[in-house]
Structures are given as C-alpha cells and as structure tokens.
Ligand binder design. Structure first.
Ligand code: AMP
Length: 184
C-alpha cells in the first residue's frame, strides 16, 4: 500500500507513521528525518539546508523532490510505503503524481488536532528546530503551503480523517481501521 500522512506539525504524524509502517511491514519515509540525518552527518545537502530547517521554512522543492525520488527507487519500496512530511506543498504533490502516477496513492491519512494544542506539544518536544520562532513559523507555513493538500486529495476520494488526540495506541488502531477500507 502507498500511503501518505498529512497533518499539522505536532499532531503526532511521525510517531503514528512509524507504528503503522511497522504494522503493515512497509518502510516509513520521512523527508524531515532524512534532512536531519544529512545535517547530523554534515553532508553537502545537510550544510545547504541547516539554516532553512532551523527557521522552520521549507527546503526548496528541487532538493526535496530529488532526495525523495531517489529514496523511492530503493528496492524496499516494492510493496508500498508511508510518506510522512512529503508532499508539503502543491508543486511537490504534482511531482509525486508525475513520478508514481495519480492512481498509485492508495490512501491519505489526515491527522487532526486543534491548533492551540500543537504549539504546546511542539515546544515540549525538544527537537533542535523546536524553538518558539521556528514552531510559530512552521504552523504558518503549514496553513499556507500544506493545508491546501487536504482538499487536493479529498477531491480524489482517498482521504481518511483521523482524530490525533488520544492515546498513541488508540490513534494507531483508528488509523489501521480507516486504512482497512482502502486496502486493494
Ligand atoms: P518534519 O520532521 O516533517 O517536521 O520536518 C522538519 C523540517 O524539515 C521542516 O520544518 C522543513 O524545514 C524540512 N522539511 C521536511 N520535509 C519537507 C518537505 N517535504 N519540503 C520541504 N521541507 C521539508
């Protein structure tokens, strides 16, 4: 199954995407994690993007799409994958369509939570880019760039809205139940 996780920063996308990927035995592909690995190892790409990520801005599409498409070419993606944090805007969504085909995405999980809760969660998480300024910016960037993707995929009839508030186990169970409706 090819699945995409959408939702605002702090909603628990990463945590849930890892758990669901394990349950379905498919790889979890997070562009944010890939970028953090590049920064930790100080690769050329890592050095190029570190200020952008620290500010909470989006890394340019050209770099992001190239990195993601290279990852999708690995053999472990043969039975599907979960994309977490990609696409982040409409141009990236179009690039994904072009690469895998519009019909290839089986489901889009949209994790939901009240906006007020997200900021608090992010500030308590302690990641390097979880400063007050970066967090506020990421929420703004989400609303402007990423939120329109919900409608984009709704129009295709592949979305499943899931409440992101509750126990980790409960939310995973709700996602798996929602995905069962889409299984090919
Ligand atoms: P995340 O781990 O998904 O919260 O991503 C952390 C940071 O990595 C974001 O704030 C962006 O700076 C960058 N990033 C991750 N995914 C993307 C993407 N698809 N497009 C552009 N920037 C991204």
């Amino acid at each position: 199954m090819k699945i995409l996780f959408l939702g605002p920063p702090g909603v628990g996308k990463g945590t849930q995407a890892v758990r669901v990927a394990e349950a379905l035995e498919i790889p979890h592909i997070s562009t944010g994690e890939m970028f953090r690995e590049h920064m930790d190892s100080a690769t050329g790409l890592g050095k190029q993007i570190s200020r952008i990520v620290a500010r909470g801005d989006l890394v340019p599409d050209s770099l992001t799409v190239a990195m993601l498409l290279e990852r999708l070419g690995h053999s472990d993606t043969a039975n599907g994958y979960i994309l977490d944090g990609f696409p982040r805007n409409l141009p990236q969504a179009h690039a994904l369509d072009e690469a895998i085909g519009e019909a290839a995405l089986d489901a889009v999980v949209v994790l939901q939570a009240e906006f007020d809760m997200l900021k608090e969660r992010l500030l308590n998480r302690g990641r390097a880019d979880d400063t007050e300024e970066s967090v506020s910016n990421r929420l703004v960037v989400y609303e402007r760039e990423t939120a329109p993707l919900v409608r984009f995929y709704e129009d295709r009839g592949v979305t499943a809205g899931v409440n992101g508030v509750g126990s980790v186990e409960e939310i995973t169970a709700n996602i798996l139940a929602a995905l069962a409706r889409f299984r090919p």
